[in-house]
Design a protein around this ligand. Structure first.
Ligand SMILES: [Fe+2]
Length: 353
């Protein structure tokens, strides 16, 4: 590959990484690989503060191995802290260091060649600096996207609170459920986008109940076939209400299929097993947990052990066994138990809907 092909290819790779707008970790790892290959570097390190936290993400590629660290200032070496503080480029022989800056400090990158290699040329230094500007832009876009996500969550939470006024059956304990979604999502190795979509869906999954008559939603006796048909329309109606909001599009399959059952006896599409979107299989478990553990305005809460037994009983029937196993595993964690115990529970006995 000649020099100019490498240069064009490097800009194309950055453009692709920026427009994909995936997880920060993947973006930074992609940048590290690109720098290693383009500049024949022996070592590449990239550091970026994680948006809205006091944490940093540091990715290092050295001797064909990739290392990822996430944490506070303590994960940075003295020199790395100095680089972030100084905010200036340092180009010496076989080392190039640049801050990543776009109205704020967005991180830093440094690359190093081993002693057997030639020094970086002037052209390579200019190329390195120019790519760093592109990366800074990418990080800025990433942060703006995170900001937008936060706004969307606030907006959805307001919508959800409004919905709760009309559909008290649908309340999910947001903070606790979000913690469970994050823990379960990580345990099941979901991507950040999948976890975000699950959060959105957890807030809006029952939006479609908004035009179901209140008496029917609160009916205390078993539903007739006709009444069940009305209730069973709520996933599709919910999707109709939110389908034009671009940012909620990934949540649509979760909302649409949150009442499917692993054994294929659910609704609206009678999907079976892995044909049900993973987010919907997870939400099915969380929805049951939320309703049983915290109770509803019309229903008792239950002790954790009883909720766990109910979920176990439905493993492979209503619920995906893999989701059940992962969920029961995270429920054993001390931090999760402390969180759950911190919530006051309702104690009202009434209907069986
Ligand atoms: Fe529902």
């Amino acid at each position: 590959m000649n020099k100019y092909t490498s240069i064009f290819s490097s800009y194309h790779t950055i453009y692709r990484l920026i427009t994909t707008l995936g997880e920060l970790k993947n973006f930074l790892a992609g940048i590290c690989r690109l720098y290693k290959k383009s500049f024949h570097a022996d070592k590449v390190v990239i550091i970026s503060p994680i948006f809205n936290t006091r944490q940093y993400l540091k990715i290092r590629i050295e001797a064909k191995k990739q290392y990822i660290k996430k944490g506070g200032l303590s994960i940075l070496t003295r020199i790395e802290k100095e680089i972030l503080k100084q905010e200036k480029e340092i180009f010496v022989n076989r080392r190039l260091i640049s801050p990543l800056f776009f109205s704020d400090t967005l991180g830093a990158i440094y690359i190093k060649r081993d002693s057997k290699m030639k020094d970086f040329t002037e052209d390579e230094k200019k190329w390195f600096a120019s790519l760093c500007e592109e990366i800074s832009l990418g990080l800025k876009i990433h942060n703006l996207y995170q900001e937008q996500q936060k706004l969307v969550i606030n907006y959805i939470q307001s919508l959800s609170r409004l919905l709760t006024q009309f559909v008290p059956t649908s309340y999910m304990h947001t903070k606790a459920i979000f913690r469970l979604i994050k823990a379960l999502g990580k345990e099941m190795k979901l991507s950040e986008t999948e976890i975000n979509s699950l959060e959105h869906a957890s807030l809006l999954h029952d939006t479609g109940k908004i035009d179901i008559p209140f008496e029917l939603l609160n009916k205390r006796r078993s539903l007739t076939d006709e009444e069940f048909k009305v209730i069973a329309k709520h996933p599709r109606k919910g999707v109709e209400l939110i389908k034009n909001l671009e940012i909620l599009k990934p949540a649509i399959p979760i909302i649409l299929h949150h009442h499917e059952r692993y054994d294929g006896k659910g609704y609206p599409s009678k999907l079976k097993k892995e044909n049900i979107p993973i987010g919907a299989r997870i939400l099915a478990v969380l929805d049951t947990f939320d309703s049983m553990y915290f109770g509803r305005s019309y229903k008792d809460n239950h002790p954790l052990e009883q909720v766990e037994n109910e979920i176990k009983k439905n493993k492979g029937k209503q619920f995906d066994p893999k989701v059940v196993d992962a969920f029961l595993k995270i429920l054993k964690r001390k931090s999760i138990q402390v969180l759950l115990e911190s919530y006051p529970k309702k104690n009202k006995t009434t209907c069986s809907l």
